[in-house]
Write a protein that binds this ligand. Structure first.
Ligand code: URA
Length: 205
């Protein structure tokens, strides 16, 4: 399988790791963000969900997936029979990257360097949690774990088994659904997304 470019941290718990991450300056994104948004969920979670990066609301709240994409994710998880409270939810990049437009802060895509730097934390989270399955939401999360060779479109809905790593279920990011204007198309892709998440729910059993 594809090789992983992840490191190992010294921390023995997520709480310890989160504490270390609060002082992170591995890339420059900490300079403009309000705070780090670390992963959250039970230490015994069997499923880890990985998004891209915190958005505006997550940056303010200090918690992952609490804004519009998070609410859609919650509804889709519920439809798929997955209880979010039993999952560990995190992001590939842990500081909000944005461009200022007047009073509004617009999401800016993290670049490959930022994702690689931050993958150190993601790798450490997965290392501590040892989940049965990691679900990547969108291209940035997939890139963080598997590098540039893994492509979202051909792998979507598949479970990959990288060497020395928990299996990875590849799916889209809920924000992608929010950007689709055509209602029929949006509904179709939403059903695919829920069906992918359902695979995660089944996988746990
Ligand atoms: N989008 C993400 O990828 N992560 C969040 O936490 C919120 C929105």
């Amino acid at each position: 399988g594809p090789a992983l470019a992840l490191d190992v941290a010294e921390a023995e718990s997520i709480a310890e790791l989160r504490h270390q991450a609060e002082g992170c300056s591995r890339c420059d994104l900490y300079r403009n963000a309000t705070q780090i948004v670390f992963g959250e969920g039970p230490g015994k979670a069997e499923i880890v969900l990985v998004g891209e990066q915190p958005g505006d609301q997550e940056d303010v709240a200090g918690r992952p997936f609490v804004g519009p994409a998070g609410r859609l994710l919650d509804r889709c998880l519920e439809e798929a029979g997955l209880d979010r409270r039993r999952c560990y939810v995190t992001n590939a990049v842990k500081h909000f990257k944005f461009t200022q437009r007047g009073k509004r802060r617009l999401h800016a895509k993290p670049n490959a360097g930022e994702i690689k730097r931050c993958a150190w934390w993601l790798g450490a989270e997965i290392d501590i949690l040892k989940p049965k399955l990691v679900v990547t939401l969108g291209a940035s999360a997939l890139y963080a774990l598997l590098g540039p060779k893994a492509k979202l479109t051909p792998e979507r809905g598949h479970i990959l088994q990288p060497a020395n790593h928990p299996p990875v279920l590849v799916t889209i990011h809920p924000s992608y659904l929010l950007r689709i204007r055509n209602e029929v198309e949006q509904q179709r892709l939403r059903l695919d997304f829920v069906s992918d998440l359902h695979k995660a729910a089944e996988f746990r059993l």
